[in-house]
Structures are given as C-alpha cells and as structure tokens.
Design a protein. Structure first.
Length: 192
C-alpha cells in the first residue's frame, strides 16, 4: 500500500496519532496556557516523536488551529424546538467552549493570519458557528413562528459577536445570565 492510500484512510495510525496529539495539546494548554506549551512537550505527552509534529503541523499555532478545526461542535446541545431556548443553549455552549481553559487560545490560533494566509480558518470558524445556530432558525421558520425568526446574520451580530468580544477581552460577568439577557433582548422578550 502506498503512502497516499494510508493517509486517506479515516482511521489507522494517522487518526490515532492525531487524536493523541490533539488530546495532549488540549491538556497542556489547559494546564499551563498556550504561551507555555511547546511542540516537543506535546509530543512527549502524546507519546510520539517531536519530528512528527514538526512535519505535520510545523508550529504550535498551526497545531492549535487544527485542534480547533477538528474539535468542532463536539458536545453541542441538541435542539429542543423552542427558539429562545435553542438560541440560549447554543450561545451558552459557545461561551463555555470559549471560556474553557485554553479555549480562546484555540480560537485565536484558528483565525490567526500567520497560520492561515488564505483565511480558511476564519471561514471555517464562521461556518461552524453558523451551522450551530442555523438549524434553530430553520426549525422556527418551518413551524411558522410568529413573529418570523431573525436572520442568521442578526444572530451572529447581536448574540455571538458580543460573546466573542467579551471573552477575547476578558470582560467580567460574561456568564449564562448575560447570555440569557442577550437572547431575551434580541428577541424583544423580558429576561427569564
């Protein structure tokens, strides 16, 4: 079997190495902060040779961006069928992911222009966030909710952007209560 065929398999050694390296990176960033983590430390924790990391990712920011990309929406809450609850649940989950140890470091790495000159990381991040909220809006439209649900762009501008801004700049009191207020205000409803 040639190398091309083995790298395209969905499992196998390549997938195991990626999983071990990603797990080690998440753990180390959570324990020490991204600025204290090195590729050799990740390799040691993952039980692989550091040359593997340099060959595959090249830099720590590239590895962190890859972790963010593959982590995706693992653990995102399912829809319950109520627009307000669905928006709240998705926004609270987004806040928790950004706020977890190292969460913002993975986001920054994913969207950093020095990691991705074509800005695919930015587009991929926006796509994932959009796909997290689109189903709630689509379901509300299909149900014929009145008033009609807002656009995805409005959700991104008025719920998601403030969350990212507040987490990136470490603004205090960015918590579940803040998320619920954002959603209630956005929907023109009284806070719960």
């Amino acid at each position: 079997m040639n190398d091309d065929a083995s790298t395209k398999r969905p499992g196998g050694r390549s997938a195991r190495v990626r999983a071990a390296v990603h797990g080690a990176a998440v753990a180390l960033v959570g324990e020490h902060g991204a600025d204290q983590v090195t590729l050799p430390a990740v390799a040691e924790r993952a039980g692989v040779n550091s040359s593997t990391l340099y060959r595959r990712w090249g830099t720590l920011p590239a590895l962190l961006a890859d972790v963010a990309k593959y982590r995706g929406d693992v653990g995102a809450p399912p829809l319950v069928g109520d627009l307000r609850t669905d928006l709240e649940n998705q926004a609270i989950w987004t806040l928790a992911e950004l706020s977890r140890p190292g969460g913002i470091a993975f986001f920054r790495a994913e969207v950093a222009p020095d990691v991705d000159e074509r800005h695919d990381g930015l587009r991929e991040c926006l796509r994932r966030v959009s796909e997290r909220f689109s189903p709630a809006l689509d379901t509300a439209r299909e149900r014929g909710d009145a008033p009609p649900p807002p656009s995805l762009e409005q959700v991104l501008d008025r719920i998601i952007a403030p969350l990212y801004f507040r987490v990136v700049f470490s603004i205090p009191s960015t918590d579940e209560a803040y998320v619920r207020e954002l959603v209630a205000e956005f929907l023109g409803e009284p806070p719960a």
